[in-house]
Write a protein that binds this ligand. Structure first.
Ligand SMILES: Nc1nc2c(ncn2[C@@H]2O[C@H](COP(=O)(O)OP(=O)(O)OP(=O)(O)O)[C@@H](O)[C@H]2O)c(=O)[nH]1
Length: 308
């Protein structure tokens, strides 16, 4: 009986990824805070090479809404960033819903034009969010909504002030209703550190990429298995690096373990800087034979699963 009851509960849930896209300063962080409604784990802006960064996770009416953004879309300076820009946009393709934020006061400036043009071929439900409505008059707002909708066919338009909270409940409810049916991606007891687990995994991935980018492009994935805060103020993190073949495992390990050691040292340093606490990082390398055919892995990396 119990099991049936639980099945029914799972079937009723919804869960999905919502990509927040907007120029710097449109108010993404403020909106995430308003949507989540409690203190959000601060995810450092220092990490600009990740594909999809979890900004916050919201539960609303039985839906888990995972808010992600795709840094690196704007004015990429470093070579690695530029290489990631294309993938960053494909993160938008992979999201269940794309939310485009515009600063209502700034209007459709050059960066906004750029975003709207780039999203034209993203085949996902698109919502327009005009933020900072507390700063402009209502008539201007309607004109702006119209102008944006002429450039890109949005499914819905929301007018909010992330700062005052005006309109935020409506947006949250709409997102909850529109993410697809399915079980929660993150267990509720992991929700608060999920962004950090994900970020730490992305950092290690970036270090692997840096060390081995010629030899191992995109063929590895990293998962954070455990995250334990210690009494002395440090954190113990265990991660597994999954590769497709034994030969790749050897490459990641390097001669006498030299490569994995270097990856671990770099990752530990950066994770420690972001967390501002000492980090003990333990890395394991495993072969996951069918990695290349597992859509979940692609999804975790913000990549689109190739149809064939
Ligand atoms: N008046 C007003 N100000 C807002 C609103 N939302 C955000 N802001 C302000 O706009 C500025 C930028 O907000 P952030 O949330 O940091 O913007 P962001 O898009 O996350 O910026 P990046 O991290 O650079 O991408 C801050 O000073 C916010 O207080 C709003 O609805 N009304």
């Amino acid at each position: 009986m119990m099991a049936e009851h639980e099945d029914a509960a799972t079937a009723a849930t919804r869960c999905g990824f919502v990509a927040l896209i907007g120029a710097p300063n449109v108010g993404k962080s403020t909106l995430v805070n308003a949507l989540v409604g409690s203190k959000v784990t601060i995810v450092s802006r220092k990490v600009q090479t990740t594909r999809a960064l979890i900004r916050g996770i919201v539960i609303e009416s039985g839906s888990q809404i995972i808010l992600v953004d795709t840094p690196g879309i704007f004015a990429p300076k470093r070579r690695l960033d530029r290489a990631m820009v294309k993938t960053a946009w494909s993160g938008a393709h992979d999201a269940d819903i794309v939310c485009v934020l515009l600063d209502a006061r700034a209007g459709i400036n050059e960066q906004a034009e750029d975003i709207l043009a780039n999203l034209a071929n993203v085949d996902r439900p698109k919502l327009l969010v005009l933020n900072k409505i507390d700063l402009i008059a209502r008539e201007k707002l309607l004109a702006l909504a119209q102008a944006a909708n002429q450039r890109l066919a949005f499914d819905q338009t929301f007018m909010v002030s992330a700062l005052t909270g005006d309109g935020v409940d409506d947006l949250r409810k709409a997102l909850a209703a529109q993410v697809p049916p399915g079980p929660f991606h993150y267990p509720e007891d992991q929700m608060s550190d999920a962004p950090l687990r994900h970020l730490a995994a992305e950092i290690t991935r970036e270090k692997i990429f840096r060390q081995l980018h010629q030899e191992l492009p995109y063929q590895s994935t990293v998962e954070t298995d455990t995250w334990t805060e210690r009494k002395d103020g440090s954190v113990k993190i265990e991660q597994t690096i999954f590769v497709e073949r034994e030969s790749q495992r050897k490459i990641v390990l390097g001669k006498g373990g030299a490569t994995i050691k270097a990856i671990g040292a770099e990752a530990r340093k950066e994770i420690g800087e972001i967390l501002e606490q000492p980090v003990h990082l333990f890395l394991f390398v495993k072969v996951r034979e069918d990695w290349g055919n597992d859509p979940d892995r692609y999804r975790e990396m913000g990549l689109e699963f190739p149809k064939e």
